[in-house]
Design a protein. Sequence first.
Length: 250
Amino acid sequence: MIAVPVGFRCPECVKTDNVPAAKTVAGGGLISSPRVTYALIAINIAIFALQFLQGVDSLAVDYGMWPIGIAMNGEWWRLFTSAFLHGSFIHIAFNMYVLFFLGPTLERILGHTRFLILYILAAFGGSVASYWFSDMNTVSVGASGAIFGLMGALVVAGRRLKYDITQVLVLLGINVVIGFISPSVDWRAHLGGLVAGALVAAIMVFPPKRIRVAVQVSGIIGFVFVLIGLTLLRTAQIQEFFAPVTGVVT
């Protein structure tokens, strides 16, 4: 037996205590339950229930992705709140189904914290793309940017881990096509979220172990600054567009 701070332990137990905790390919801890995925689903459903009680369009107008509101009224939070609002039962049902289908796998690959960062940045990236390329008077809502981000991330992580990603690619292809042929779908947010999710996943799963954390932290911070910079640039463009014309009359 070997003396430890409290009592004695057998040699085998002490050796087991010194074994480093297992990590995922992204450096996150191994998880037993994808609780972040389930929490996100619960939050989205709870907010939609509130929308249903107050009127679906009411909260969408107040918190949806509205370019003029963001640029002219300083309502920057719309870039995030819009990702937790939905336009109909079908809309939220589809998004939550895909989140339930893909989320647990990604959360187990990345770990809780990294998965949550991925989801938020994919949603942010989708909103920024919509902010840039949508009509300035359009109000858009939905978690689709984040959901497309998960699909892009799973493609990247799947390639890294040599998974069979055929089903994800088929699902992604179908939804990209639907986004372009349906006038009510914000395909800009879809593509923005897809690109953001793929980039964030690449930052998380490809760096070698010895520099993994440093690359992840610097890469994520850099990407956040890029998104903020794009938001500020678009805001300046919209403000300039609506600026009053001044001049001197002689």
